[in-house]
Ligand binder design. Structure first.
Ligand SMILES: Cc1ncc(COP(=O)(O)O)c(C=O)c1O
Length: 381
């Protein structure tokens, strides 16, 4: 993760005020290159839910990355930005008829389902859609176990494919998501091996299945170092050799692509001493960029530029709610009102889940080092 210099932060704060979320597009390109190098035969579809900023979309589109959408709002955004709908998949296993029509109007034709009721929703659109059946693989090693909520049992796969054929609906293949922020690749490997066996069995039957979507879950470092992406993906690459050559492999990374690209920049707006402990009130908190501490179980690395003797302190957010505490027992030098506090690795599930509670102004997103168009701010350092 590139460090932002004090000089650049100062310049951005003088120009835009705070709170900010500063996105480094050069880092975004690095994340894409690293994941592509680690998974060379896998087509990437960025999971827009992680952070649907328009410049991030522009950058990824220019790099040939596709998009995983999960709502009509996300489809509308890509439509407005003239993203090629052929480069998109709709991955929400549960949709309304409106969601399906909205996605089709945009031009997205690949949808994920995981049960019979959902399959039936596609009967009116059978000539226009291809379906992926999502399979559940529970994982205790993921911070967010997504297979608790979605995915059919592997034992239901054959039945669902057969029911789709009976309804004249085209199944293109299988998908899974073993959970977000996985600490090891073992769940991916198990899921790939299970799906690969089914795909091999279907090679001699109709319909011929041609897609395996291995989801997201690729980890980044917050407080604890995560596995390097090359090490994480090595066993995944090995497992993918079991998938028939004819099958296209795709993935839906969110966190890995955007988390390391962004820094949250806030300022101390008030201070107090409570029970001999210094409390600093920031203009950003868990209802804002730090919302991932609630919704995503994340703890972001936090630092300040101020030097001096440190003592256990509290960083609190700006709302009236007492849950709005960013860090307790954090070792800090004495801060003054106006001092800057930086949260790192904050691109995924942060701004995306921030709220308007107390009618506070959400953080402004500032992109630096844009590659997809003329840079507006130069990155120094
Ligand atoms: C369907 C789907 N695809 C992809 C992702 C992105 O996962 P990650 O950010 O762990 O890569 C998610 C995350 O919730 C998801 O639900």
């Amino acid at each position: 993760m590139a460090k932002l210099t004090e000089f650049l932060i100062d310049e951005l704060v003088q120009t835009y005020g705070t709170p900010l979320l500063v996105v480094d597009c050069k880092q975004l390109a690095t994340q894409v290159e690293q994941l592509r190098a680690a998974l060379p035969n896998v087509d990437l579809y960025y999971a827009l839910k992680a952070f649907s900023d328009t410049q991030i979309i522009r950058e990824l589109d220019a790099m040939g990355v596709g998009f995983d959408i999960a709502s009509s709002g996300e489809a509308d955004l890509l439509y407005a930005m003239k993203v090629n709908p052929r480069q998109t998949i709709h991955t929400h296993p549960i949709k309304t008829d409106d969601d399906i029509r909205q996605a089709l109007r945009f031009g997205c034709t690949t949808f994920v389902i995981d049960n019979f009721a959902e399959l039936q929703k596609f009967i009116p659109y059978r000539s226009r859609v291809g379906l992926l059946i999502r399979v559940a693989f529970r994982s205790s090693e993921a911070v967010v176990d997504l297979s608790k909520k979605f995915g059919c049992d592997p034992g239901e796969l054959d039945w669902l494919v057969a029911e789709a054929s009976r309804l004249d609906l085209a199944v293109k293949g299988f998908s899974f998501h073993v959970g977000s922020q996985c600490s090891s690749p073992s769940a991916h490997v198990h899921a790939i091996e299970t799906c690969a066996q089914r795909l091999r069995e279907w090679q001699t039957r109709q319909p011929q299945l041609s897609v395996l979507d291995i989801g997201g879950g690729f980890p980044v470092s917050y407080q604890n170092p995560s596995m390097a992406i090359e090490d994480f993906c090595r066993p995944i690459r090995q497992a993918l050799t079991q998938v028939p050559d004819e099958v296209q492999i795709i993935a839906e990374p969110g966190r890995y692509l955007v988390a390391p690209t962004a820094h949250a920049v806030s300022r101390v707006m008030g201070k107090a001493t409570r029970g001999a402990v210094p409390w600093y009130y920031l203009d950003d908190g868990v209802y804002g960029n730090y919302s991932g501490q609630i919704f995503d179980s994340a703890r972001y690395p936090i630092h300040v530029f101020k030097q001096g003797p440190k003592q256990p302190s509290v960083l609190a957010g700006p709302t009236c709610d007492s849950i709005d505490i960013v860090a307790e027992n954090i070792m800090l030098p004495e801060l003054a009102i106006g001092d800057v506090v930086i949260g790192s690795n904050m691109g995924a599930y942060t701004h995306a889940t921030s709220t308007h509670f107390n009618r506070l102004r959400p953080a402004q997103v500032i992109c630096i080092n844009e590659q997809a168009q003329q840079p507006s701010v130069a990155f120094i350092g």
